[in-house]
Design a protein around this ligand. Structure first.
Ligand SMILES: [Zn+2]
Ligand SMILES: [Zn+2]
Ligand SMILES: [Zn+2]
Length: 142
């Protein structure tokens, strides 16, 4: 989908910065940190400052256009939300490639938590590992 249309559909004003952020994410099949995203955005739009990128990431996230996972170092990583509905991710620790998974472990957990009187309001669940390409690369090194 066209990034301008995506912005309009979500009642967001079309700005060069937002377009650049979405264009970068659209062309990337891996999760990016805000810093990585910023580096790519300034290639398209030199002079953009980090705080503008960061603010817009937040906004796009809030509007549900992005997915966020936390990396193993604790930094937040982002991708363009391509899947409809609730999903989780398996993320490659080496290259950041990700795979969306339909399975949600909460469906089973909810009942157990309910018995304990606990009401879950949010959750995150990510699987970290190595993608097929990185596994191959690893084998060559060994
Ligand atoms: Zn996602
Ligand atoms: Zn990988
Ligand atoms: Zn879930």
């Amino acid at each position: 989908m066209d990034v301008e249309e995506l912005l309009r559909q979500n009642d967001l004003r079309v700005t060069p910065q937002r377009k650049a952020i979405l264009a970068v994410l659209k062309n990337t099949r891996s999760f990016l940190s805000a810093q990585d995203l910023f580096q790519k955005v300034i290639e398209i739009l030199p002079g953009t400052n980090f705080s503008t990128v960061y603010r817009n990431i937040d906004l796009l996230l809030e509007k549900g256009l992005l997915c966020r996972v936390s990396s193993q170092t604790g930094a937040d990583l982002y991708e363009l939300r391509r899947e409809e509905g609730h999903h989780h991710h398996a993320v490659c620790k080496m290259c950041g490639a990700y795979f969306a998974v339909d399975f949600c472990p909460m469906e089973e957990l909810v009942q157990e938590l309910d018995r304990k009187g606990f009401l879950p309001t949010e959750h995150c669940f990510e699987v970290y590992g190595l993608c097929a390409k990185c596994r191959e690369g690893k084998r060559k090194i060994e």
